[in-house]
Design a protein around this ligand. Structure first.
Ligand code: ARG
Length: 453
C-alpha cells in the first residue's frame, strides 16, 4: 500500500505505478535510508515523540531490516514498494506493527531522500578518492621504472621532441591529482545534512538539527529548508568532477591505444586486459582502454541530463528530481570501474624501449636542437628556425637523419656550424638539456617523482 493512500479513492493505474515507482533504482539507498531513519528515531525521541523503549525497538527493527537484506539489496525490488523510503517503512510496520507508523513524525520523504543521497555520495566519494590515490601510485611506479625510456613526444600527432615514458606518466599524475582535489572539494561542500527540513518549510518539532547532522557524520546541518530539499548541486558537482576525470582517463586511454598500435609499438598491453577478434586470429585489441574512452560519453551524458532536469525547476521539491539518481549511480559506477581498469592496465604494462627509442630517433625530433645550436653560435632564433627548416627538407628528400648528414653539407646551410654540432643532436643531449622545472630530463623526472612520493 502507498504511504499516501488516505486522500485517494481510486487505485493508481498500473502504468502510472510503473512510471512513478523509483525502488528499481533507489533500492541502492537502503543502507543510507536505514541509517538516516535510526538517527531520526533518536532525534524525535529527544523531543518526546517516542518513549525510550519505543526508540530502542524502532532502532533494533531498522537494523534488522538492513541485516536481513545483507549484501543483496536488489532483492527488495520484488516487494513492489513505491520507493526506498516506502519499503523501509512497510518493512518496519511488518516488524513492529503500529509503532512503525510513528517514525515518519515530523519528517518528509523530501528531506529524507536528500539526506540519503548525500550520505551515499559521501560513501562513494571515499571509495573514488581511494581509487584515484591508487592510480597516482600506479603511475608513479611506472614512471620510476621507465624514467629513462625514450619515446617521441607529439604535437598535432606529429613527432615533435623526444620525451621519456616517465615524463608521460607524470603528466597524468598531475591530472589525476587535480581530479582528486575536485572530488574532495565537492565532498566538502555537500557535507551538510538536510534532515529536519521537512517537506520544504522545516519540521514542526524542536529537533536539534546540528546534533542530528553530527550523529550522521555530517559536519553541520543545512541552513535553509527550501534550499535543502531542492538542492542537487552535489549530484551535478560529482557528475562534473567525474566528467573531467573521465576526460583525462580517456586521453590516457587514447595515448596508450596509439602507443600499443602496430604503427607505434611503444608499449605492450597485458593479455589480461585485451581481447581477440572472432575472425582475425592475429588480433589483440585494447578493449579495456577503448571502453574507458567509450564510457566517458555516457558520463558526460548524465552531467548534461541532470543539469537539464534541474534547469527552471521551481522551489522546492518536484518529482522531476527523482530522475537525479539513475544518472548519478551510473556515473559513479562508470567512473569507479574505469579507475580500477586504468590501474589494472598500468599494472601489466610493458614498454618496448628499443622501438620507442628508434621512433624518437626518426622524424627529426632533434630539429629544435639544431636551431638552438645555431642560436648559441649567435644566429637569431627566427633565422635559425628558417635555416633548419631548409636542412630538414633536404634531409627528408635524402631520407637521412640530421645527425647523419655530412658536416660539409650542413655547413652549406650555415657556416657557423662546426663539428661540435653532432653532440647536440643526440637523443641524450635533447633530453638532458631540458633539465628545468617541469622538463623531461631524466634528472628532472626523478626529482618530480621524489617530490610526489
Ligand atoms: N522517490 C522520491 C525521489 O527519489 C522520494 C521523494 C518523494 N517525495 C515526494 N514528495 N513525492 O525523489
Amino acid at each position: 500500500m502507498a504511504l499516501w493512500g488516505g486522500r485517494f479513492t481510486q487505485e493508481s493505474s498500473a502504468l502510472f505505478k510503473l512510471f512513478n515507482d523509483s525502488l528499481p533504482i533507489d533500492y541502492r539507498l537502503l543502507e543510507q535510508d536505514v541509517v538516516g531513519s535510526i538517527a531520526w528515531a533518536e532525534a524525535i525521541h529527544q523531543v518526546g515523540v517516542l518513549t525510550p523503549q519505543e526508540c530502542t525497538d524502532l532502532k533494533q527493527a531498522l537494523q534488522q531490516i538492513l541485516d536481513e537484506v545483507g549484501d543483496d539489496p536488489q532483492q527488495i525490488v520484488a516487494t513492489g514498494a513505491e520507493d526506498i523510503h516506502s519499503y523501509v517503512e512497510q518493512a518496519l510496520i511488518a516488524k513492529v506493527g503500529d509503532l512503525g507508523k510513528k517514525l515518519h513524525t515530523g519528517r518528509s520523504r523530501n528531506d529524507q531522500v536528500a539526506t540519503d543521497l548525500k550520505l551515499w555520495c559521501k560513501k562513494q566519494g571515499a571509495y573514488l578518492s581511494e581509487l584515484m590515490t591508487t592510480l597516482v601510485a600506479g603511475l608513479l611506479e611506472v614512471a620510476e621504472r621507465e624514467v629513462d625510456a625514450v619515446m617521441p613526444g607529439y604535437t598535432h600527432l606529429q613527432r615533435a621532441q623526444p620525451v621519456t615514458f616517465g615524463h608521460w606518466c607524470l603528466a597524468y599524475v598531475e591530472m589525476v591529482e587535480r581530479d582528486l582535489t575536485r572530488l574532495q572539494d565537492a565532498l566538502k561542500r555537500l557535507d551538510t545534512c538536510p534532515l529536519g527540513c521537512g517537506a520544504l518549510a522545516g519540521t514542526a518539532y524542536p529537533i536539534d538539527r546540528q546534533a542530528l547532522a553530527k550523529s550522521l557524520g555530517f559536519t553541520q546541518a543545512t541552513t535553509n529548508s527550501l534550499d535543502s530539499v531542492s538542492d542537487r548541486d552535489h549530484v551535478i558537482e560529482l557528475c562534473s568532477a567525474a566528467s573531467i576525470s573521465m576526460m583525462h582517463l580517456s586521453r590516457m586511454a587514447e595515448d596508450m591505444i596509439f602507443f600499443n598500435s602496430g604503427e607505434a609499438d611503444f608499449i605492450q598491453l597485458n593479455d589480461n586486459v585485451t581481447s581477440g577478434s572472432s575472425l582475425m586470429p592475429q588480433k589483440k585489441n585494447p578493449d579495456a582502454l577503448e571502453l574507458i574512452r567509450g564510457k566517458t560519453g555516457r558520463v558526460y551524458g548524465s552531467l548534461v541530463g541532470i543539469l537539464t532536469t534541474m534547469k527552471a525547476l521551481p522551489l522546492a521539491y518536484n518529482k522531476d528530481m527523482q530522475e537525479d539518481k539513475e544518472g548519478l549511480f551510473d556515473v559513479v559506477d562508470s567512473w569507479g570501474i574505469c579507475l580500477e581498469m586504468a590501474i589494472l592496465v598500468l599494472d601489466g604494462l610493458k614498454v618496448n624501449r628499443a622501438n620507442a627509442l628508434a621512433s624518437a630517433q626518426q622524424g627529426y625530433a632533434n630539429a629544435t636542437e639544431l636551431a638552438d645550436y645555431l642560436v648559441a653560435k649567435g644566429m637569431p632564433f627566427r633565422e635559425a628556425h628558417h635555416v633548419v627548416g631548409e636542412v630538414v627538407v633536404k634531409a627528408i628528400a635524402d631520407k637521412v637523419a640530421l645527425e647523419d648528414m655530412p658536416l660539409a653539407q650542413l655547413q652549406s646551410y650555415s657556416e657557423v656550424i662546426g663539428d661540435d654540432v653532432y653532440q647536440h643532436l643526440t637523443i641524450e643531449a635533447c633530453l638532458e638539456k631540458r633539465d628545468v622545472l617541469g622538463g623531461t630530463a631524466v634528472n628532472q623526472v626523478k626529482q618530480a617523482i621524489a617530490a610526489k612520493k
